[in-house]
Unconditional design. Structure first.
Length: 228
């Protein structure tokens, strides 16, 4: 028995998966992320199609009567979607020295794939609930996070004249600003008699970064300061 050429129920599942996945991707698009509206829509649509095709195979070749020795497991394709989406998620994560970006976008891709799988299986109600929870976490909880005093990690580069005790002076200023030193690197230029300090810091408040920049600028012998 061949699968039907056109199935309205399957089309509805694919359209709903596209809508819900695109809705999550729209939030990422508005925040300028590389994986945005179209990416999330296609991820959710593709996941839904994989599941819909797997269910179609099961209905056609699943040996529901038990007369044949081999049947078809419709859950295998959905399991491979979970594995495959990890490659897209890894591509969305960017590591920049002391920071990592793209984790939320990678999680959104993972959720969009899960929504697509649920829509492909016909679980419409749970798909809507998950989409609502995801949108609340992205929009509402983002505002809550902005109200919290969170530790931030920054890399500070200071180029200074090679003066005795300069490292201790710079280190003390950072401690006075409430910064904790995580990692330190030094580079001395003999031809220019300068020394380059590189610090990885943990700072408790955002205002401490500006205060740190101002205080370091007033240190004798400091030529250049970079915070990122």
């Amino acid at each position: 028995m061949a699968p039907p050429a056109f199935d309205l129920d399957t089309v509805i599942r694919l359209l709903l998966a596209s809508l819900l996945g695109g809705l999550i991707g729209l939030e990422r698009e508005l925040h300028g992320r590389p994986a945005g509206f179209r990416t999330h829509l296609l991820v959710s649509l593709g996941a839904a199609l994989f599941v819909a095709v797997s269910i179609g195979f099961y209905k056609t070749y699943g040996n529901l009567s038990g007369s044949a020795p081999v049947g078809v497991d419709p859950g295998r394709v959905a399991a491979q979607v979970v594995t495959g989406i990890g490659f897209l998620g890894a591509g969305a994560i960017i590591r920049e020295k002391g920071s990592v970006r793209g984790l939320t976008t990678a999680a959104c891709l993972w959720v969009a794939a899960a929504i697509g799988v649920a829509c492909g299986a016909g679980m419409f109600a749970i798909s809507l609930v998950v989409t609502a929870i995801a949108m609340i976490s992205l929009l509402v909880l983002k505002q809550v996070e902005g109200m919290l005093n969170k530790d931030t990690y920054q890399q500070v580069t200071v180029v200074s004249n090679d003066l005795p005790g300069q490292f201790e002076r710079i280190e003390q200023i950072m401690k006075d600003c409430g910064a904790s030193l995580i990692k330190t690197a030094l580079e001395r230029q003999l031809d220019t008699a300068t020394i380059r300090f590189e610090f990885q810091l943990r700072i408790a408040t955002r205002s401490a970064s500006c205060r740190l920049l101002d205080l370091l600028s007033g240190v004798e012998g400091v030529r250049n300061i970079s915070l990122r």
